[in-house]
Design a protein around this ligand. Structure first.
Ligand code: SF4
Ligand code: SF4
Length: 223
């Protein structure tokens, strides 16, 4: 699949998730940004979608902001979600990683996401039934977590050949125009992880029936 086809599929995936999220009883709203932390992870395809949406001046400003914040400690995953799915099948366990570093997302400006319409899936799927400021953390149904994993796995699959990593690292990698346009991206640093194709979906038996409509909608995309 070429880059434009991948971007079109990604847009449709976001739309399918948006329809699902619209059915949920959640309290998330504009300017509520406690979840906008420095620990968000994305794929290079999602990063490309963000970077290409920016006007030159806006891009200069945001990348400068990202660069200034890049010395902040942040979550840098060692495994992608499809790697974790394979590990879980082979070893029955999913290794845990410390993903709770303090600090806010460099794309947050005055409590508002500066790339809201293009925000990555990790932000779209971060939802809560209770206000995090009151409950201390997000309250999410197990089924929603299962659905989120399905989408994360499919997005990684669509971007097989690309990389995953912390939002800051992926965007800094993509700032280089050659990296943006290359169909065979080469990872110059060790902070990004190669995306894996989807081999097995992580769906607990109790959610398999309920997840069928979503799986059906995603399968129609022929990714
Ligand atoms: S997940 Fe929590 S912090 Fe984020 S928008 Fe929803 S309620 Fe607000
Ligand atoms: S990309 Fe936008 S929605 Fe996502 S964490 Fe950053 S500011 Fe928040």
């Amino acid at each position: 699949m070429d880059l434009n086809s991948k971007l079109a599929v990604l847009e449709k995936i976001y739309r399918i998730y948006g329809d699902f999220a619209a059915t949920l009883d959640i309290v998330c709203r504009r300017y509520c940004s406690l979840c906008c932390t420095v620990n968000v992870t994305i794929t290079t395809l999602e990063g490309f979608k963000i970077a290409e949406s920016l006007m030159p001046e806006e891009k200069r400003y945001l990348f400068e902001k990202i660069r200034r914040a890049s010395s902040t400690q942040r979550f840098r995953p060692r495994e992608t979600v499809n790697m974790l799915a394979e590990l879980s099948r082979e070893e029955g366990v999913v290794p845990e990683e410390d993903n709770a570093f303090p600090g806010e997302c460099p794309l947050l400006i005055a409590n508002e996401c500066s790339v809201y319409n293009e925000r990555p899936f990790g932000c779209r799927c971060f939802v809560s039934k209770q206000n995090c400021a009151e409950s201390g953390s997000a309250t999410v149904d197990d089924f929603v977590l299962t659905v989120n994993n399905i989408f994360l796995q499919v997005i990684e699959h669509v971007d097989a050949g690309g990389f995953s990593g912390n939002l800051t690292d992926v965007l800094l990698f993509l700032e280089n125009a050659e990296n943006l346009l290359s169909s065979k991206m080469i990872n110059p640093s060790s902070v990004l992880i190669k995306n894996h194709p989807l081999k097995i979906l992580m769906i607990p038996p109790e959610h398999r029936g309920k997840a069928q409509p979503i799986l059906g909608a995603l399968n129609k995309l022929k990714y």
